[in-house]
Design a binder for this molecule. Structure first.
Ligand SMILES: C[S@@+](CC[C@H](N)C(=O)[O-])C[C@H]1O[C@@H](n2cnc3c(N)ncnc32)[C@H](O)[C@@H]1O
Length: 424
């Protein structure tokens, strides 16, 4: 059994529990993510996230975001660069990763991103903004804690009533092949052996050409990943993983509710099942539809948006209500165009639309292409009605313009921030 040791920077504070102490040691030697370079992550736009919840902030002012277990801060640095008017705080027990993250923030002159050494099991020393954080991110963290349920409860306590939590925990079914490597290694070398020795043996094990059960599912890169990734995946000192029903229970136990999947397209049964089966699946609850998808496809992580029980999803828009809605183009949408120079100007040859991490979709001419070019060039907010007017000026009939607008809304190319969250 490992002995409890005091947190380096706060020896007069509560003693760190043995599991957290061992995690700190492991991650300080092998910080995560493997690279500290800023990353643009799915679902890390504060205004977009808040637009998913029906409750809005009571008053405006700066949005405050917490990243609980930020590691090297790669996600937070990326979010801070893209959202300069939002204040970000990253906390972690990994002093080495935090020092590197602070250096990165200074180098990039990011005045809106701060880092602090705080243990999520106690949250001692954390300065919580009045009313709580508007958004909390926590990706790949609570499942390493001695009690993920207690960790989630702590996050709920610092989340504002209207606030949203972007959470990622590991999925047990999706990670099943990975756990074979973990169990095989545990048999070969006990966990009490120094981490570097286990890493050497682990590296050798996954090279075994006849061990054909190891590199399957999303884990075919088992022989090529960096040491940091290898340790995080296969040699982690503490890890729990969840099925979809278990994650529902975890959320409910912490007084939270599921609001949506961060990447709904990954959980869309319409794309997976033929119509007769889809009819059966449609009778299921949101939880069981998710549980069904995880039996059909590799889903190594459960990445979702959660809220307080008193919050809920925003009402869906209709073609009529969209006319009055104040809309923005989603920061998670990318447009790629290919143009040809022709006499007197340029001609659009190809248009591709990419939503979050999904594959880019080629758009073949017509009203949708016209609408997407308008969306690509749109700045700030606009009403649905003004967007339809612009389509009409480009020759799109009114009923088609309405349908196209609704389609852009449903595909999440457009979103409607809460009025109080609009940039000043
Ligand atoms: C897999 S890494 C994820 C890092 C980051 N969220 C990301 O997605 O790149 C898990 C992180 O959780 C941190 N962590 C684990 N237990 C923690 C605790 N009790 N309090 C704060 N951070 C913790 C680790 O130090 C590590 O940096």
């Amino acid at each position: 059994m490992l002995l409890a040791a005091p947190c380096d920077s706060c020896s007069d504070r509560a003693r760190m529990d043995p599991i957290t102490t061992a995690l700190k040691k492991m991650y300080e030697e092998f910080p995560y993510p493997p690279s500290g370079a800023p990353e643009q992550r799915v679902g890390w736009d504060a205004r977009l996230l808040l637009s998913y919840g029906k409750l809005a902030r009571k008053k405006g002012g700066t949005l405050r975001v917490l990243d609980a277990g930020c590691g090297r801060g790669a996600g937070l640095l990326g979010a801070g660069m893209l959202q300069p008017d939002v204040e970000f705080l990253g906390i972690d027990i990994n002093g080495v990763a935090l020092a590197e993250a602070k250096e990165q923030a200074t180098k990039r002159k990011l005045g809106n991103v701060r880092f602090q050494e705080v243990d999520l099991t106690t949250l001692e020393g954390l300065a919580v903004p009045e009313g709580g954080f508007d958004v909390v991110f926590s990706s790949g963290v609570v499942h390493h804690m001695p009690s993920p349920a207690a960790g989630l409860q702590k996050l709920r306590e610092v989340l504002a009533p209207h606030g949203l939590l972007q959470l990622m925990v590991y999925a047990s079914d999706g990670r099943a092949p990975l756990y074979r490597v973990v169990r095989a290694l545990d048999l070969l070398l006990p966990r009490s052996v120094p981490l570097r020795d286990r890493l050497l043996v682990g590296r050798m094990l996954v090279q075994s050409p006849k061990a054909d059960a190891l590199p399957v599912g999303p884990w075919t890169d088992v022989t090529t990943v960096s040491d940091n990734e290898f340790v995080d995946r296969y040699l982690n000192v503490n890890e729990t993983s969840y099925s979809v029903p278990q994650v529902w229970e975890l959320l409910e136990g912490a007084g939270l509710r599921f609001l949506r999947w961060s990447e709904p397209a990954d959980w869309n049964l319409e794309a997976l099942l033929p119509p007769p089966l889809l009819e059966l699946a449609q009778r299921l609850s949101a939880r069981d539809r998710g549980a069904l998808v995880e039996q059909l496809c590799w889903r190594p992580k459960l990445e979702l948006v959660a809220a307080h029980q008193g919050n809920g999803p925003r009402d869906d828009e209709t073609a009529a209500s969209l006319g009055k809605a104040m809309l923005c183009v989603s920061p998670e949408v990318r447009f790629r165009t290919e143009v040809r120079n022709v006499l007197g100007g340029q001609r659009l040859e190809k248009l591709f639309l990419q939503i979050r991490g999904q594959a880019a979709i080629p758009i073949e001419g017509g009203p949708m292409a016209t609408a997407l070019v308008l969306a690509r060039d749109a700045e700030g907010t606009f009403t649905g009605a003004s967007f339809r007017d612009k389509l009409a000026k480009r020759g799109v009939p009114a009923d088609v313009a309405s349908e196209v607008l609704l389609e852009l809304w449903r595909a999440e190319v457009l979103y409607a921030p809460h009025a109080v969250d609009l940039p000043r």
